[in-house]
Design a binder for this molecule. Structure first.
Ligand code: ADE
Length: 300
């Protein structure tokens, strides 16, 4: 009908005349990378009616395929968004489907924000307040369990945040967003500023900000930010701060977020330990499973 062309690509067909043999491409350098793939320079032999070789730029999608491979490699765990199947047969037509579990309550951040009203209205009621805190701790515990599993599979998430955690039935939470644009922030020295990959600065550990180093301990830092998000009921980290050079300087100088009002001193202490300057001083996910597990038992 009257829709712009780019909104009706599902109805447009592919024309096999454009098909080009990939063995007639010789790749050399990466021209750019983004969240959904990269652009490489290549020598193409016999393209566009020319007999010899010509220089071309090749755009490629890799995010979904790498996510699929990562999910297969990692294996199943209750607290990660598990793979159910994939449709790869028509990949040559540009079709690739990755089928994962459905989580009816969507991402945890939006869920917390939707629930904010209830949370605040029930704050006077000690019993209900206790049950809210119990749910937050129960989410935190499950996230720590999922991360402990990912660490055991040698997987570094690099973008742990409540927006990347889904909530399913029976308060089960699942970590998602695997394989998306991981090497972009790691190797992308030139394109960092212009890149269309939004780098999750406010979730990044000091060493990731200063040296682009990502380890399970930088995931632990992000876990501390996730705890802050949980206890601020979906709040945005460092609310009053802009992301600029002074942000990194302030973090390096020891600036940390304050205790969210809903968090106890001991819950805030867990966050602070996750934000230790030295990665070695931060707890492991196994430590966190134990610490949070114990506090869940005593808060029942
Ligand atoms: N949004 C993105 N992924 C989802 C999933 N697996 N379930 C529900 N909502 C989603």
């Amino acid at each position: 009908p009257d829709m712009p062309v780019d909104e009706q690509t599902e109805y447009l067909s592919y024309d096999a005349n454009w098909e080009f043999p990939s063995n007639q491409l010789k790749f050399d350098i990466v021209l750019g990378q983004g969240a959904f793939g990269k652009v490489m320079r290549a020598e193409a032999t016999g393209i566009d009616g020319t007999a010899g070789t010509s220089q071309v730029a090749v755009k490629m999608i890799k995010a979904l395929l790498s996510e699929l491979k990562v999910l297969i490699h990692i294996g199943q765990h209750l607290n990660i968004l598990n793979l159910l199947g994939a449709c790869t047969k028509d990949m040559h037509k540009g079709l690739l489907y990755v089928i994962v579990e459905y989580c009816r309550y969507g991402n945890l951040r939006n869920h917390l924000l939707r629930r904010r009203g209830n949370f605040v209205n029930t704050m006077d009621d000690d019993l209900k307040e206790n049950s809210i805190v119990k749910h937050l701790l129960c989410y935190a515990f499950q996230i720590a369990r999922g991360m402990e599993y990912l660490d055991s599979r040698k997987y570094i998430h690099r973008d742990l945040a409540t927006r990347n955690i889904l909530l399913g039935e029976d308060h089960v939470v699942k970590i998602c967003d695997f394989g998306l644009a991981k090497d972009c922030y790691k190797y992308d020295n030139v394109y960092t500023k212009k890149s269309d990959t939004p780098v999750p600065v406010k979730w990044l550990a000091i060493e990731s900000l200063t040296h682009k180093v990502y380890t399970t301990k930088s995931d632990v830092w992000a876990f501390g930010i996730v705890l802050w998000e949980l206890f601020s009921l979906g709040g945005s980290p460092y609310p009053a701060m802009n992301i600029d050079e002074t942000f990194i300087t302030r973090i390096k100088n020891g600036y940390r977020m304050e205790r969210p009002p809903q968090a106890s001193e001991s819950q805030y202490d867990i966050m602070r330990r996750c934000w230790a300057h030295s990665p070695d001083d931060r707890p492991t996910f196994t430590d966190l499973v134990e610490i949070i597990g114990n506090s869940l038992q005593t808060s029942v």
